[in-house]
Design a protein around this ligand. Structure first.
Ligand code: SF4
Ligand code: SF4
Ligand code: SF4
Length: 282
């Protein structure tokens, strides 16, 4: 049976979402899963503190790495992100990330749709450098443990998946709510409205993982190829791309999530996406 690519991608996204959040029963008990699988990172963004989460969040773990040079998972987290990025690049975003999938669902809500202005795409680089790398190194407590600044001040996935469920289940946590939670709630609301109005607004503007996997898109084994002998420069691919990429000009752009929609619309089948060692279309 030939399953259309769009449906195949949705099925993979649903499976990855379920696999990443397999402890749904914890929503009833108000606990978070802390078993052995929590030592492993999810390739996509999924909050460690979500009651249903099966794995750790790579950005949460990366801040712990930045915050402590001796952190025992340092090499593991950096090695994990590099290995996943080199093998898959932003295929992770297009197929495996639970928060990416959530944003796509939000964008299905009927509303006028807008393009994110290009300069906004660079905000995520600042977030990675300042909140994930620099602040956890600079802001340490008396034990020398760094502040997970992205989690604490920004991450809307954490507010949605961890903060809100845990606060709603625990009275004692509600007593501790301060202005920081209002800031995070505001960022979450802006993210949700942004994602309704613009496809994957958070991925484009704020996600530090987008930068890591995106830069590795350039060298990843899983990549996009345009056959210049077949391309008639009709521009349909660039018009279709919701990530503001022109695959003819930059097939391995930082922004490309490997969704394959450009390849679907190309009238001459000039675009192929797959592993470098697979046979290219000729
Ligand atoms: S950019 Fe971030 S949130 Fe978006 S799909 Fe990739 S990892 Fe997930
Ligand atoms: S849609 Fe195909 S033929 Fe048209 S510009 Fe893109 S790659 Fe070339
Ligand atoms: S260039 Fe193609 S594969 Fe990449 S995000 Fe755009 S439509 Fe998807």
């Amino acid at each position: 049976m030939n399953i259309p690519n769009k449906l195949k991608r949705k099925l993979i996204q649903i499976t990855a979402f379920g696999f990443s959040n397999s402890h749904v029963g914890n929503f009833a008990s108000g606990k978070i899963y802390t078993g052995q699988w929590k030592q492993f990172c999810n390739p996509g963004l999924n909050c460690y503190s979500c009651p249903a989460a099966s794995f750790a969040c790579p950005i949460g773990a990366l801040q712990a790495v930045s915050g402590s040079i001796d952190f025992k998972f340092s090499f593991y987290v950096i090695g994990f992100l590099l290995a996943v990025g080199v093998f898959l690049g932003r295929f992770v975003c297009g197929f495996l990330c639970p928060f990416g999938f959530f944003q796509e669902l939000l964008n299905k809500i009927p509303s006028p749709k807008f393009k994110v202005p290009r300069p906004f795409l660079y905000i995520k680089y600042v977030i990675l450098i300042v909140f994930v790398i620099l602040l956890p190194v600079v802001l340490t407590n008396y034990m020398g443990i760094g502040k997970p600044a992205f989690c604490q001040f920004i991450c809307p996935a954490g507010t949605l998946e961890g903060g809100i469920p845990l606060l709603s289940m625990h009275d004692e946590l509600r007593q501790t709510i301060g202005s920081l939670f209002s800031l995070k709630l505001t960022i979450l609301i802006i993210t949700i409205i942004g994602c309704i109005l613009s496809y994957r607004f958070f991925c484009k503007t704020l996600c530090p993982l987008a930068v890591i996997y995106g830069l590795l898109n350039k060298i990843s084994f899983y990549h996009l190829n345009v056959n210049e002998h077949k391309c008639i420069h009709c521009g349909k691919c660039a018009k279709t791309c919701k990530m503001i990429v022109d695959p003819v000009k930059s097939p391995n752009s930082v922004e490309c999530i490997r969704c394959g929609e450009c390849a679907e619309v190309c009238p001459t089948k000039a675009i192929s996406i797959g592993y470098k060692f697979e046979k290219k279309n000729s």
